[in-house]
Ligand binder design. Structure first.
Ligand SMILES: [Zn+2]
Ligand SMILES: [Zn+2]
Length: 150
C-alpha cells in the first residue's frame, strides 16, 4: 500500500476541522421556519425542527461571511466569525449604511446566500454553519465553556 498523496494536517488544523464538523443531530440543522427580516432590518430568525430558535443580526452575519476570502481575512486579523473589523482610530468618521441584504437566495435545500448592500455576494451560509454559530444565550455559554476546556 502506498502512502503517497496523504496530506498530513497539523494537530491544530485537525482540531479546527473537527470543531467545524461537530456532529449535529438532523433536527438541529433542519429549519422549520426561516424569517429574513429584510424590511425591518433586524436580521434572520430560524426555528429549527428540534425546537431551538436562533437569531442573528445582519451585521453579525456579514462579519461571519463563510466565503474563502472572508475566512482568510478573519484569520489574518484574528477575528472570530461575527466580530466586526476594528476601525483604525485615525480614520475620519464615515457614514456607513447599516448592513442589509439586497437579495436573499436559497442555495439548494441546505443553505442561504445574501447579496449584501456593500456589494459582497459570495458567502453561502449552510444551515449547519448557522446552527453551529447560534448566538442565543444557551449556545454562547456552551461555546465559551467548550472553548475554555480545550
Ligand atoms: Zn465573504
Ligand atoms: Zn442557540
Amino acid at each position: 500500500m502506498s502512502h503517497e498523496g496523504i496530506r498530513f494536517v497539523s494537530e491544530n488544523e485537525a482540531s479546527k476541522a473537527t470543531a467545524q464538523q461537530q456532529e449535529l443531530p438532523r433536527g438541529a440543522i433542519d429549519p422549520q421556519r426561516v424569517r429574513v427580516n429584510k424590511t425591518e432590518g433586524t436580521g434572520v430568525e430560524i426555528d429549527w425542527k428540534d425546537g431551538h430558535a436562533s437569531h442573528w443580526t445582519f451585521a453579525w452575519l456579514r462579519d461571519a461571511c463563510p466565503c474563502a476570502t472572508c475566512i482568510e481575512e478573519r484569520e489574518v486579523s484574528g477575528l472570530e466569525p461575527g466580530q466586526p473589523k476594528p476601525q483604525p482610530p485615525t480614520a475620519l468618521p464615515m457614514f456607513k449604511a447599516p448592513v442589509r441584504p439586497k437579495e436573499v437566495r436559497p442555495v439548494g435545500r441546505y443553505a442561504i446566500s445574501f447579496d449584501w448592500n456593500d456589494g459582497h455576494t459570495s458567502g453561502i451560509y449552510s444551515w449547519h454553519y448557522l446552527r453551529s454559530m447560534c448566538q442565543c444565550e444557551t449556545c454562547r455559554t456552551e461555546a465559551a465553556r467548550s472553548a475554555a476546556k480545550s
